[in-house]
Write a protein that binds this ligand. Sequence first.
Ligand SMILES: [Zn+2]
Length: 376
Amino acid sequence: MAVAPGSGGRGRAPSSLGKQRNDPGLRGDPAGTTYRCTCCGRQYPSQRGNFFTSKSQLFHGWGGYFPICKPCTEKYYAWMSSEVYGGDDMRTLHHMCRLMDLYYSEDTAAAALVESRPGFTPLSSYISRLTVSTGRKTNLSYIDTILEDLDAEREMKDAIRKAAEDQAEQILADARAEADRVRGDLERKLTLDDIPTEIKRRFGYGFEPEEYQYMQEQYEDWVKCYACDTKIQEELFKNMCLAQLNIVKAQQSNGDVAKATKAFNDLVLMANIAPRQQKDLVGENDTFGTLIQRWEEEEPIPEPDEKWRDADGIKKYISTWFFGHLAKMFKVENDWSAEYEKALEPYTAHPPSYDGDFNITGDGGEAELEADHGGE
Ligand SMILES: [Zn+2]
């Protein structure tokens, strides 16, 4: 590491004391007093011009001067800037302010660095600018910089705390508004007058308004999900709602929930809507074939009305002339073949025949049949 400047000159006698003069009013030093630099040890006949000023209370007893001579201080500055701060003058100036107990102003430091007057180093420029800008402010020192930093930090903390408090207040206000809304809803309590007579009649009298409301909601759900076409179904659903209410009441009053649940389950079984009974009910998992099978079993398509049974005669036509003909060809005797025979009869000329021998392709019959078809 480089050697700090000034150490080589310690205790060295001044080459010339120059004019025996001192600043007026400085502690009443007698004429001829010399001022020794605490770094190089050189003695100066006066402080003014040879030492930098500092308003720090630390140097009041030495006429308000920093007790290291200007050349040593400048050398120290240059060494510090290059060796410690890598040429960063702002940081070096800040360090020097801390060292000399000078007030640090970033603006003044920036202005001093821009300035390039001949003979003015950044440090001397900074100190002369600082002297001008702080004027008569006594005791101004690096302590003020620290206090300002603390103030800024405090202000920032206050701002953050205030923002957090504002946010917390907003959250509280929202929560209070929500609570008021809920309370308002609760206060708008249902009365028995709000319950339609029809609902009271359905479930019987003597319940609380909320109980009627609950049962009615459940009832509407049930009849929405399941067929309710008969009086008995209606009655079952009504009893299921009552049973559901009993479960809720049992839960709230620490009562016999199991018993209430069993009563409900029995009703569900009775209504034939228990999950296992309903597994084939229309559901996403049913195939179309399964559905058709169940519809055919439960609600088959009814037989058509007589007038729609075979409106265009196509059924009879196919039965007679296709199935009937086929059955006859294979010597099968059934309704179709009988039908076929009956239909063929008007066109049949019976040749003499042996018993049991029936020729369906008899010349006369076939020819006439074809002629008949052609005319249709
Ligand atoms: Zn010196």
